[in-house]
Design a protein around this ligand. Structure first.
Ligand code: TRH
Length: 378
């Protein structure tokens, strides 16, 4: 049934929160024919991943989703039937007051961050009564296993991925001004935090026996790579050649194009939550830079995912993955031997990733789980 949804999102420090909310809003609209309003506090950051969003406009419709500036929530706003508070962002007080006026209780969902930790299954779907008001919200956890809310996956994603041909890839590279593939070249996309050991990686890749193209979006990491390579064999503002390594710095892409970048690369270095999931759907070997948390809480999260991801891998391959992921997140120093060992599993990792996708397809995607949950409650 067609329902009205309000999704609330605050942009904390990166693109992950809005990345997830934007994807979810579009899937609910396009795949499930729901009526979705997305409230966002920072339209400028939003417009980086969705250039059709005009940060100057308070209320606009983009790709079927009504986008409103969070600051415009007022007493006049009539709440929707389903309300998503993304990542505990806390609904505005006037909106909560308006929820109380509704004859029928809304379905209020707190959408949580993704984690592979085992406790997620126990907490997924737990009700949380409001401390003062007669309202209940439900904790909804995305996840990789049955008993969680699943992962974001558009209905046509897998079909589009599997029909992405070399011609389509060439057209994409040309449209984005990316270098054509050279014979035997290794293509790597790089999206990581400033804390990742990029200096070491650059050194390792420049010593490669094969040509390597490293594609980096503009930003602080690209800036530090550019200043690091101070003795290149050739250099323009966006293209740096250093031994076997070419670094191409490109503008930040629209979210839909970023998928095509992942599909066009042989290895993807990804981070946070959303790019990490997209790399899994893309299928090429990927290395995850987890969002660093206080008191190193992120290691538990990283290890929990690795346990799941490497569960059916031959031991040597699992060790190679664990080793490079640990290095990339700062546990040990990365060196050529570690990279080459990981690299040697390239084909088997791609096969393993295909099997993982098949496994993941057995569970409902996050938007479908949410739509089903809301419908059952209403
Ligand atoms: O930006 P992130 O580091 O987001 C993080 C995490 O989500 C983390 O869990 C959260 O706590 C923190 O934000 C606040 O990484 P993530 O999740 O991969 O989000 C990046 C988004 O940007 C994703 O939707 C992909 C998109 N993207 C583009 O649209 N174009 C690009 O060129 C690139 C590199 C990314």
């Amino acid at each position: 049934m067609q329902r009205r949804w309000d999704i609330f999102c605050t942009v904390i420090d990166n693109f992950g929160d809005i990345g997830v909310c934007w994807r979810l809003a579009r899937q609910l609209t396009q795949d499930h024919h729901q009526v979705v309003r997305l409230w966002v506090d920072d339209l400028t950051s939003f417009s980086c991943i969705a250039p059709d969003v005009n940060p100057e406009i308070q209320q606009q419709v983009v790709q079927g989703v009504e986008i409103c500036r969070w600051q415009c929530v007022s007493v006049e706003v009539e709440p929707a039937e389903v309300v998503i508070e993304a990542f505990a962002c806390e609904l505005p007080d006037v909106y909560v007051a308006a929820l109380l006026q509704r004859k029928k209780q809304p379905v209020w969902i707190n959408l949580e961050y993704l984690s592979a930790e085992p406790w997620v299954v126990q907490c997924h779907g737990l009700p949380s009564p409001h401390p003062r008001l007669p309202l209940i919200k439900t904790f909804f956890f995305p996840g990789f296993v049955q008993g969680t809310g699943g992962l974001l996956r558009e209905k046509n994603l897998i079909a589009r991925r599997s029909t992405f041909s070399t011609t389509a890839e060439r057209a994409f590279l040309q449209r984005k001004g990316l270098l054509k593939r050279k014979p035997g070249e290794i293509r790597i996309s790089l999206f990581c935090y400033d804390t990742a050991p990029v200096t070491k990686l650059i050194q390792v890749l420049s010593e490669s026996s094969k040509p390597v193209l490293l594609i980096v979006t503009e930003g602080s990491v690209a800036g530090s790579i550019a200043s690091l390579l101070n003795n290149p064999s050739s250099r323009t503002e966006k293209l740096i050649q250093y031994g076997q390594l070419t670094v191409q710095i490109i503008p930040f892409m629209e979210q839909a194009d970023y998928d095509l970048l992942l599909w066009s690369c042989d290895f993807n270095f990804v981070r946070g939550e959303d790019s990490f999931v997209r790399a899994q759907w893309a299928g090429s070997p990927f290395v995850w830079n987890i969002y660093p948390q206080t008191e190193s809480a992120h290691w538990k999260k990283l290890d929990a995912f690795l346990d799941l991801y490497t569960a059916n891998m031959p031991e040597e391959m699992a060790d190679a993955v664990r080793e490079i992921w640990a290095c990339w997140n700062g546990r040990y120093e990365i060196n050529s031997a570690i990279w080459l060992n990981y690299f040697s599993f390239r084909e088997s990792l791609t096969e393993h990733n295909k099997d993982r996708v098949k496994q993941l397809l057995k569970q409902d995607d996050l938007a479908s789980s949410l739509a089903q949950f809301a419908e059952n409650k209403l």
